[in-house]
Design a protein around this ligand. Sequence first.
Ligand code: AMP
Ligand code: ZN
Ligand code: FE
Ligand code: FE
Length: 289
Amino acid sequence: MTKSIGADLHTHTNASDGLLSPGSLVKQAASSGVNGLAITDHDTMDGVDEAVKMGLEADLLVIPGVELSTEFISPVLGEQTVHVLGYFCDPKNPGLSKHMAYQRDNRVNRAQEMVYRLNQLGIAVEFDRVKELAAGATVGRPHIARAIIEAGYESDWGKVFDKWIGNDAPAYVSHRKLEAVDGVEMIRDSGGVPVIAHPYYDFHGRSLDLESMLPLAKEAGLIGLEVYYGVFSASEHRQYANVAEKYDLLATGGSDFHGDGVQEGVYIGCSLCPDENFRELCSYANAGD
Ligand code: AMP
Ligand code: ZN
Ligand code: FE
Ligand code: FE
């Protein structure tokens, strides 16, 4: 097959809040024709080994990744949630592994508190069901969303977030987050390549205040910006490609696929990191820190 379409560098498995096992995700990606894949689960790298192994079997280059939740206090826009992707990190690095374990624990308490709030609001979902849906993986709001839908309170995924569990909705509880700059540093310290994910939104309906954040993040070792993301259009991509160029950041890309039917229009490879940039990203890993 001759192909030069690019790599999908942002996907989730059932090691966090995706629907597919790492092996199934890689198989599906291989048949979709992408040139490379990264799995970037929330606060865990537990799916990486299985994914890399399946990549060898399915003849697809699979690289290890993670997605950390951080926050940036913008002098212009206030609190913003910033997701930092890390590629090629060492999952055994003490700082990173301690942080991921802490976050996974913390997320269980946070989910419990969110379920309590939902119950107060008349949504009778059970925490045990949320835990069952997560099945030992990193617990996230998508598990709570599934429980709400399953219990028949809503049918639309977006509405669940708008009305109940989105960052500005009544049942939302924050989980402790690193500062964005510390997240970038943590990825660097674990031998990884840090990239700011989806600059298009801050979970409060605004885009990230990149002009304030990027100079600081670059100083902390930021390498890339996720320009080609999700369902955004070519003209929106161009806007962020310009920002990446201005700050001399590598423009990466990915779908943020969580499973079929989770988000309309999102499928493996719907947004891609250009092959040339993917090669450059891999060269950072090969060169070490
Ligand atoms: P958490 O890390 O538990 O706060 O959950 C974050 C995840 O929830 C994101 O990665 C998305 O998959 C999903 N999510 C958050 N906000 C929304 C939203 N407004 N609409 C749809 N999905 C969302
Ligand atoms: Zn997710
Ligand atoms: Fe994200
Ligand atoms: Fe994601």
